[in-house]
Structure formats: structure tokens, C-alpha cells
Design a protein around this ligand. Structure first.
Ligand SMILES: Cc1ncc(COP(=O)(O)O)c(C=O)c1O
Length: 441
């Protein structure tokens, strides 16, 4: 196995919290917390080393507690190894210096920042009155399941899919109905079987559909046509659509994100759109999400469930950071996406050159790459052993996303390129030591 580089570093690791990519900025007092605005067009350096150890990072500080070898390179959980925009850090520092962290509630500047962003980036302007505050999208999904279904009711998902979809259904005693995505192995791309979808809805009397838009782990940014076809079936059978759009901002040109509720009013009236700045700006630990419910009846029902859960005001620092990012994060995100596109090219080239029997699913969106390793004939715990023991990596293996994902691995490419390169090398070295079975070689 090649010599390991330290986490996130092509060279010397930075101090925890070191902002190697910070550049000068000038103050602006246009709103309460967004204290800094760029004086010049800045260039963010996403190659700059960051060291996340010592920050209680799930990805970098909890290997042993989670039963992993401490030296595994970590590219599993979906957060990024990059600092969020400087404006958010400045706003948080200013707020933290105030020193009082009493109960907070978002004000008009918050809603303006979020709604402006949605309109600028996704041609969809939600009304601030539609917002229900939730402490994360996974929490929102569980609350939605509780609010709109009864124990034993059928909730539909399309596996392989982000694993909390399944747990939010099962943990609440509901019946999970899976209508798997159709995998086109030649194109390495997922599609939807609309007839099978409608059959599943009617056969199981489905009440709620959890849609992953864009799709994690496959990266599909569903087209308006695909969404409309799904939505039409749901409207026909009275199925509420909860659309998890947390990865909405990562669509790579020419792909675009289509917010489900932007399809038209009849679709919006039967929909709940789950959003957050958590993925876009790397704020997951601030536990702040916006659940958008255009229909007043559905909104009342969801708010009542949120109240029953005991949750009330959002995290005060989450409000500050979310507002600052949505207000000032456009250029940062544009540069980040260019960097991620470079990382994706690296992943494609690396597998093409070193493990051509692997099929890399090119994401329309998200910073997650889903790789079909079934040519190697390693599944379940056996694949996990290859990834951990032979390759020295901590990745999400495909069976976590449902049995339809078995034999795949998910790589989180939102990391410094040198670190990604090292991880890819370790993986393809391990694969080379176990040549593919002749089924697909
Ligand atoms: C599709 C999807 N939804 C939700 C989440 C998590 O959201 P939150 O941290 O807001 O609970 C993730 C994180 O990976 C995700 O990929």
C-alpha cells in the first residue's frame, strides 16, 4: 500500500481552524450580521490544506468510536473539507463576540436572503409564509412521515437512496415500499420506471413519497419532464410528495435543478420541499433547515407535528450563517463547483486508466460519485473489507442505500484534490490486487 498522506494535505497540514484560503475583504453594514463583502473579485483556493481533526468532526475524529482503523482516509459522510464563505465566518465571529445566545427567530432579512437565492439560482421564489423551521433535513423527513401518515401506512422511496429515507420510515413504524430506480449499466445512469411507480402506489395504497431531488447517491438532477410524470401520478392518487432538495445547488452545467414545487401550483399544493444551506455551504453542524410548504393545510399539519416534537426556535448561529451564505455565497459557490468539476474529471480519468472495469456514474449534481464495482464480485461485508482493509478507506458502501446499491461504493469528492488522488490510488491498487471476475471484465 502506498505511503499515506495526512488528512487533507498535499504538504504540511494546517492548524485546526486555519483558513488557508481567506483573502481580504471590506466591511459592509447592509444587514445585521453579514458584516463583510468582497472589495475585489477573490479567488478561493480549494487546494489549500485544511485539518479537521480536533473539531469533533464525524468524518475525521470518530474513526475509533465508529469501529474503524484510525488511519483510514475518510471520504464517506456528505460534508466538505472546505471552509464556508468568509462572509459567514465573519458574521458568526461577530455574533459570537456578542456573547449572548438566547432564543432567536429569523427576521425579514433572513427570508429575503433565502428567497432571493432560490429565485436567482432556481427560478423559483417561495413565499416566506411557507417556511417551517426544522433542525435539519433528516429531522424534517421524520417529522413529515409522522405528520402525514399513520403507523402501518405505506411510504414510497426509490432505492438505492440516501439511507435515512428508509430509517425515517421504519423507525416510525411505517411500511417502506421500494420502487427501485432502473440502472442502465452501459450508460451508468439511473432512470425511473413510471409504470412500476404507479403500480407500487396503487398496490400499496401509498400515502407519501420521499423524493430525492437531486438524487443521492446517483447524482441525477431529475428533469422537469421526469418530475412532472412522477407528480402527475402522485396527484392522481393523492400522494403527498416530500422532495428532499438539499443538494439543489450542485447541478453542473448544462444540468439544472428543478424545484419540485416550481412545476406548477397543483404540484406545489401537494408538496413539501426540504432545503438547507447545509450541503451548499458546508453548514451541516449548525443544524438549520428550511422546510417549505406552500399548501396552508399541509403547513398547519406539519407545524403541529413540529410543536408536538418540542422543537421551537432554530439555532441562532445557524440563522446567522445561513443568511450570510445565501446573501453573499454566489461567487464562492461558482468557484467551488468549478473545483468539484475538476475533481470529477480526476475520478473519471483515474478509473479509466487504472480500473476500467469500474463504472463511474457521472453526477448531474451533488459532490458524490457512485461507482459500480460489481465486476469484482464483492458485495456487502466483503466489499466493505476490500474498501477498509485493502484500500485503507472509509467510504459508504452501496448496500447501505438499499440492496439495489450493493456492489457500488460512494466517494465524497468534496475534498482537496491531492487527498482525493491518494484515496483513488489506494482504491484502484486494492482492486488491482483482486482482478475483476470475467462477468464484466
Ligand atoms: C439527500 C440528503 N438529505 C439530507 C441530508 C442530511 O441533511 P441534514 O444534515 O440537514 O439532516 C443529506 C446528507 O448527506 C443528504 O444527502
Amino acid at each position: 500500500m502506498p505511503e499515506r498522506i495526512p488528512p487533507h494535505s498535499a504538504g504540511k497540514p494546517a492548524e485546526p481552524g486555519h483558513r488557508a484560503n481567506a483573502v481580504s475583504a471590506s466591511a459592509s453594514a447592509t444587514d445585521g450580521y453579514s458584516a463583510v463583502r468582497p472589495s475585489v473579485a477573490r479567488r478561493y483556493d480549494f487546494d489549500a490544506p485544511t485539518d479537521r481533526t480536533g473539531t469533533d468532526s464525524l468524518k475525521f475524529d470518530r474513526h475509533v468510536e465508529r469501529g474503524k482503523r484510525p488511519d483510514l482516509l475518510s471520504l464517506w459522510v456528505a460534508d466538505m473539507d472546505f471552509p464556508c464563505p468568509d462572509e459567514a465566518v465573519e458574521a458568526l465571529v461577530k455574533r459570537a463576540r456578542h456573547g449572548i445566545f438566547g432564543y432567536s427567530e429569523p427576521g425579514s432579512a433572513y427570508y429575503q436572503a433565502v428567497c432571493d437565492w432560490m429565485e436567482r439560482h432556481h427560478r423559483w421564489r417561495p413565499d416566506p409564509a411557507w417556511f417551517v423551521h426544522t433542525p435539519g433535513v433528516v429531522s424534517a423527513l421524520a417529522l413529515i412521515v409522522q405528520a402525514f401518515t399513520h403507523p402501518g401506512d405505506a411510504v414510497l422511496v426509490q432505492q438505492p437512496v440516501y439511507y435515512p429515507f428508509g430509517s425515517s420510515i421504519r423507525n416510525n413504524g411505517r411500511h417502506l415500499v421500494n420502487c427501485p430506480l432502473v440502472y442502465d449499466a452501459e450508460a451508468a445512469r439511473y432512470h425511473i420506471d413510471f409504470d412500476a411507480f404507479e403500480r407500487a402506489v396503487t398496490q400499496h395504497n401509498v400515502k407519501l413519497f420521499l423524493l430525492c431531488n437531486p438524487h443521492n447517491p446517483g447524482g441525477r438532477a431529475w428533469s422537469a419532464d421526469e418530475l412532472r410524470r412522477l407528480g402527475t401520478i402522485c396527484l392522481r392518487h393523492g400522494v403527498i410528495v416530500a422532495s428532499d432538495e438539499i443538494h439543489m445547488d450542485f447541478a453542473y452545467s448544462p444540468c439544472v435543478h428543478v424545484p419540485y414545487a416550481s412545476l406548477g401550483d397543483e404540484f406545489a399544493q401537494q408538496a413539501i420541499v426540504c432545503t438547507s444551506g447545509g450541503k451548499t455551504f458546508n453548514l451541516a453542524g449548525l443544524q438549520t433547515s428550511n422546510t417549505i410548504v406552500p399548501n396552508p393545510r399541509l403547513r398547519r399539519t406539519l407545524r403541529a407535528q413540529v410543536a408536538r416534537s418540542g422543537y421551537s426556535q432554530p439555532n441562532s448561529l445557524g440563522i446567522v450563517a445561513t443568511q450570510a451564505c445565501y446573501r453573499h455565497g454566489d461567487e464562492w459557490l461558482a468557484q467551488l463547483k468549478r473545483y468539484l468539476a475538476g475533481n470529477l474529471q480526476l475520478v473519471r480519468d483515474h478509473f479509466a486508466n487504472h480500473a476500467p472495469a469500474a463504472r463511474v456514474m457521472i453526477p448531474d449534481s451533488t459532490y458524490l460519485v457512485w461507482i459500480d464495482l460489481r465486476a469484482w464480485g464483492r458485495y456487502g461485508a466483503d466489499l466493505e473489507r476490500l474498501v477498509e482493509e485493502d484500500a485503507g478507506l472509509w467510504l459508504d458502501c452501496g448496500d447501505m442505500f438499499g440492496e439495489d446499491g450493493d456492489g457500488f461504493v460512494r466517494i465524497n469528492m468534496a475534498t482537496q484534490r491531492a487527498y482525493l488522488q491518494q484515496a483513488l490510488q489506494q482504491l484502484t491498487d486494492a482492486l488491482a490486487a483482486h482482478p475483476p471476475t470475467d462477468r464484466q471484465a
